[in-house]
Ligand binder design. Sequence first.
Ligand code: XIL
Length: 364
Amino acid sequence: MGAPPTPTLPPSRGKGVSRRLAIASGFALAACGPRANGQPVSGPVPPLKSLAPFPIGTCVQARFLDDPAYAALLTEHFSQLTAEWEMKMEYTVQDDGSFRFDRPDAIAGFARRHGLKLFGHTLIWYAQAPAAFVNLDESRTSFARAYDNYITAFVGRYRGHASGWDVINEPIKDDGSGLREHLWSRRLGEIDHMVRAFHVARAADPDAVLLINDYNLESNPAKLDQYQRLIDRLLNAGAPITGIGCQTHCNADLPAGALTRTINALARFGLKVHVSEMDVSIVRAGGWFVSREEKEAAQARLYAEAMSAFAALPEQQQFAFTIWGVRDPESWLVKEDRSDTPLLFDAGGRAKPAFLAVEAALRD
Ligand code: XIL
């Protein structure tokens, strides 16, 4: 993920705030009222997945699964698991070109044992160029064969369990000026490598939802525009895309309405929509907030807005709503700043006001 979006002052609240969102935001604010530093919600909370007619996902790492408290939260609240990094080439493709499946299988096995769906993230990503591919000889044929073999091996292995795959991840340049250039585009073509990946994945699993996925779509209109143009171009080229991912890594100062507009814009393709990696950074938010409580109330409102917009989509377009982690300390954002608290559960696994806001949005 690139630099955080430039904080902007919130516009005055526009019209069209749904009743669902208004209620959820009210809960969010109430939950953040008298508490100092967003104290956890007291008392039991309902299983989040029991409130949603669609999968509620989260990302996991194999090593977390041995922690009983973590595993209990996972199985209580979530219905779909995404490997945070252990199904990416950086782990799965070894220098000699062989594949390793141990940790992907551990995550898949945990999901299967607990009746959870598995989501495949991710097949082709600009950020991953393993030596085994970089060192392949110059012939396009051998590179293409290795590319196809990798996709077929992974999609085929989890056929019948994986609900879907991020086939192409983060194809748009951070500034929204065009498509990223990388090993895959250089060796197999800017658009061709994407169309190829979707066709090979479809051949390996006729039923999985095949998605494209990107971030900062809600905060960078140029990037959202390029993403929509690319999706159109790929569909016109015959790529069997059946889902669109919106990562939704956002900052607490994101203006109200941006998430709703983005989710609705992506839904206009009529394909499934995946809010694929939501978290709301408190620390990265701009300076116009006065206190941490205000930032936490804004965080809760944004979770509520995203869930309200997603839950308002036609049922056949609701792929999943995935939060990028379970407890705050496990968030990838904490690597950047230990004081960030971007998720729904605190370090002790207690639900935060953001959880209440999501619950209210689902109940409405
Ligand atoms: C991140 C993981 O959360 C980190 O643990 C890892 O070090 C880097 O990747 N967009 C994506 C995810 O599609 O795969 C990234 O996950 C976050 C940004």
